[in-house]
Design a protein around this ligand. Structure first.
Ligand code: GH3
Ligand code: MG
Ligand code: MG
Ligand code: MG
Length: 300
């Protein structure tokens, strides 16, 4: 499933775009400014970026320039979305490193076509590099939290699933999503949000055993795969983590401490022919259930 990062500071616009694109089968995340996009690149590893030009903190053009400077991110296509029909804005977008430009209000049919073009381009560059052996192994760590990133996690989960298939062992998957994190960002700012992510990641790390793998799955979502663990074991583990996450307030400064909770979706796999996607989908549904049932809880 291709990953798309939407960089847009309008929550409403971003929501509509995310709904539309996830309905088309893409995995979508939202960053609300350029700085946040940079922070999310490592864990989310987008295949295409759709960015506004006017953004708080780091604007779209500066974001593009920063991404082009870095060998790990220079090939990620950037589609600029802007309400400006202005020729100089279009030119500046291309000069900054954008691969495409689309005007708002967005025509989704057109956007999907442009995404396809961008993806084809990305895929051919990747395979060319791989053939020439110059595609770097890439980092397996998320730079903000130090946890494993999504790419590593996908690989690990695939391997663990193959083990279940071969040896008839079992595994449990846990999805963790911070509750009302938008509210924390909106109230205290992104830097405070980032501090909480770092602190929380540290708390998660404390709990994991050598046979567990935990990653930053996306913005404020984390995933844990526990080998040789069934649903019951996963529930006990999730309850422990839930308490560690919420028990003590997060110290931001001398004057500011913030209470944080998270919701958990767990699922187990012990049968053959399960896919990474079917497993993630089940854990995600359980997580959604935990949110619906009031948050700060574990569902399966
Ligand atoms: P819910 O309880 O339903 O999960 O509510 P929520 O507000 O947490 O909603 P949701 O999970 O959809 O939103 C997550 C927000 O997390 C969106 C984004 O602004 C923020 N976020 C994602 N990544 C980062 C990051 O790296 N740093 C900061 N500060 N915020 C991030
Ligand atoms: Mg904007
Ligand atoms: Mg979330
Ligand atoms: Mg959340």
């Amino acid at each position: 499933m291709a990953r798309i990062l939407i960089v847009n500071d309008s929550a409403l616009e971003a929501r509509i775009l995310m709904d539309e694109l996830s309905r088309s089968g893409f995995q979508v995340e939202n960053a609300r400014d350029g700085e946040m996009a940079l922070a999310m690149i490592d864990s989310f590893q987008p295949d295409v970026i759709i960015a506004d030009i006017v953004l708080p903190r780091l604007n779209g053009w500066d974001l593009a320039r920063r991404l082009k400077e870095n060998v790990d991110t220079s090939d990620v296509p950037i589609i600029f979305a802007s309400s400006s029909e202005n020729k100089s804005d279009r030119f500046e977008s291309l000069k900054a490193g954008g691969s495409d430009y689309i005007t708002k209000p967005i025509d989704y049919e057109e956007l999907l076509l442009r995404i396809e073009v961008a993806l084809r381009h990305k895929i051919s560059i990747d395979s060319l590099k791989r053939r020439e052996g110059i595609l770097r192994a890439g980092s397996v760590r998320d730079t903000l939290t130090g946890l494993y990133n999504r790419r590593y996690f996908d690989q690990k989960l695939t391997e663990e699933l193959a083990r279940v298939d071969r040896f008839g062992s079992m595994l449990a998957l846990m999805m963790i999503d911070i509750d009302h994190f938008k509210h924390i960002n909106d109230t205290y700012g992104h830097l405070v949000g980032d501090k909480i992510l770092i602190n929380l990641a540290g708390r998660l790390n404390q709990r994991v055993r050598a046979t567990d793998t935990i990653c930053r799955f996306g913005g404020e979502e984390f995933a844990l795969v526990a080998a040789e663990t069934d649903l019951k074991g996963a529930f006990v583990l999730a309850e422990k983590i839930r308490e560690i996450v919420s028990a003590e307030a997060y110290v931001i400064s001398d004057e500011l401490t913030i209470n944080v909770t998270a919701s958990f979706g767990i699922t187990e796999c012990r049968k053959h022919n399960e896919t990474v996607q079917s497993l993630i989908d089940r854990a995600d549904k359980a997580l959604y259930q935990a949110k619906r049932n009031g948050r700060n809880r574990v569902e399966w």
